[in-house]
Write a protein that binds this ligand. Structure first.
Ligand code: COI
Length: 355
């Protein structure tokens, strides 16, 4: 799929950059000077432009806010130790977004449109990429329907936009998670594998209840048997039991995480045993009881590697091994940072240079 659209660029008259300490900002609250937008109508991508960051002009009847025909991606740009800026595996985001677009009956985005818009935007706003050790520029590509229509139907018009926000850690501390047995994130045949807005909307109420009980996030179970782990909050989940790294296999209820597949690639390269399969609550609790459960952590673009230090299940709290003792996830965290900062060889060619 190709796109020959020229991107019209209107630069901001006054940068907001000096208003922030980009190395010290909360996640996702402040946005860079520019945004990329492409418009779809009449069966094709018609226009693409970069303009100063601003609001969406929209009707109160815009279909995406009523019926949720909206999907998004999360990706990051990093500043290396020499001041260069690179993206982490952006084509993986492009592919995943298009799989989501098909499932949600939305138009796919040509690779050239996605990559050119992204590269131009990040080149223009490169000074917004934090240089701090855990800093990055979080990039949010998203696609949403824009028909002014109350009837439930596939929209004829869409917008694809990319905005960006300087970010530090998503979770500033290791977290405690609650195994959720009453509410479910996804069902078979649904859109659990898609980064669809509704997947996140439906998680907010159960997460609020978990937070009221003192947990930061939820550890979701499968909705059919209630026995197998799926994901945790905003990330995939991994366990180290004995010397094996295990994680739920991706399916139509689980997001095919890019950090997830990067962690597994490194583990395999290091010669570790890796299992992608159904992981049951029972086996993890048994491993906890017999002392073989070494590590539990979340992996995601925003969360990077998020240590899980406690699990609540059926009214009981289970304390997990101290973070300092977690050899695998600490090494993964450091290695991913070293690749992104250009300190070690990028053997898998994950980084895509912007400038
Ligand atoms: C991401 O990790 O990029 C996500 O999309 C999670 C979240 C902030 C919704």
């Amino acid at each position: 799929m190709t796109s020959t659209l020229d991107i019209k660029i209107e630069k901001t008259k006054k940068s907001k950059l000096s208003e922030f300490d980009i190395n010290n900002v909360p996640f996702g609250k402040y946005f860079t000077d520019h945004m990329f937008v492409a418009e779809y109508a009449n069966g094709k991508w018609e226009k693409a432009y970069i303009v100063p960051y601003g609001n969406v002009p929209m009707s109160y009847a815009m279909s995406s806010i009523h019926y949720g025909q909206t999907i998004f991606e999360g990706m990051k740009a990093y500043k290396d130790d020499k001041g260069g800026v690179a993206l982490f595996r952006p084509l993986e985001n492009w592919e995943r977004m298009n799989k989501g677009a098909v499932r949600m009956a939305m138009p796919e985005i040509p690779e050239e449109l996605f990559m050119n818009g992204l590269m131009e935007l990040i080149r223009l706003d490169a000074d917004w990429v934090p240089a701090s050790e855990s800093g990055s520029l979080y990039i949010r590509p998203f696609l949403f329907s824009t028909d002014e229509a109350i009837g439930v139907k596939i929209s004829d018009t869409f917008k694809f936009a990319i905005i960006a926000s300087p970010a530090g850690k998503y979770y500033s501390e290791p977290i405690k998670v609650l195994v959720e047995t009453d509410f479910f994130r996804a069902t078979r045949g649904g859109v659990g594998f898609v980064k669809a807005g509704g997947n996140y909307g439906r998680s907010l109420y159960p997460t609020k209840l978990a937070q009221q009980k003192g947990y930061q996030q939820i550890l979701w179970l499968d909705s059919e048997t209630n026995q197998y782990f799926e994901e945790s909050g905003t990330m995939n989940v991994m366990f180290v039991i004995g010397d094996t790294v295990m994680t739920p296999a991706v399916s139509d209820t689980i997001l095919d995480g890019i950090t997830r597949k990067s962690v597994l690639a490194l583990a395999r390269e290091w010669g570790m045993k890796v299992e992608e399969r159904k992981v049951s609550v029972e086996e993890v609790m048994t491993a906890h009881a017999n002392g073989t459960l070494k590590e539990v952590f979340g992996v995601g673009t925003a969360a990077t590697i998020a240590q899980i230090i406690g699990i609540g299940y059926n009214g009981k709290d289970y304390e997990l091994p101290p973070v300092a003792e977690r050899k695998f996830s600490n090494k993964i965290d450091q290695t991913l940072r070293d690749i992104r900062k250009g300190r070690i060889e990028d053997k898998f060619n994950w980084m895509v240079k912007v400038c």
